[in-house]
Design a protein around this ligand. Sequence first.
Ligand code: AMP
Length: 215
Amino acid sequence: MTNLILLGPPGSGKGTQSKRLEQKLSVIQLSTGDMLRAEVASGSERGRETKALMDTGAFVPDEMIIGMIASRVDKKDCANGFILDGFPRTVPQAEALGEMLVEKSLKLDYVIELTVDDEAMVERICGRYTCTQCGSGYHESFQKPAKEGVCDTCGGTDFSRRTDDNAETVRARLLAYHEQTAPISTFYGDIGILKQVDGMTAIEEVTRQLENIVS
Ligand code: AMP
């Protein structure tokens, strides 16, 4: 079993790299952002409240996220381990995760931070889009499908963009990251478990470095 956290600001590549590591390690990616977007898509009252927060770049309450993760890691598909993507995002979340893992007799094997340049993140995020059929990610400048308008993976022709991927919200999300999430690096650094990888290099190179750490 392998359990790890990928840390890094919005746009640093946590989602892309989690998907790649999922296959390599036979573990599952747990993205709190994806879980929240599913809640929003369900049209529930909680989803509506959540969308309002997400669209301004603010965080949703710690208790909601912690509860969501606590029940998610008990599912069968986590038996081989998980990659936490987008969680923990605050020091109280990191502390709660620590307690949760002790209670469930699980341990954290790696915490890896993707280090990037903030300014480049705005461009990376504002140009990204996803195949609605299979979820493959693309970028209008850096990673276009081989045939324009057709997904390389599944041949789908319908793509979507996240409503929070606009310049204004991205700046708010980066600010929230620096104020509330960056202290987590120190938290894990202090317990000697933090590794860093340069997230500004090519996608393949970042994957190679992550694989070096986890293999
Ligand atoms: P992401 O997909 O990780 O970029 O997350 C999108 C949005 O979901 C964030 O800007 C937050 O509003 C919310 N969110 C995701 N994960 C968390 C978390 N661990 N704690 C609080 N809010 C979160």
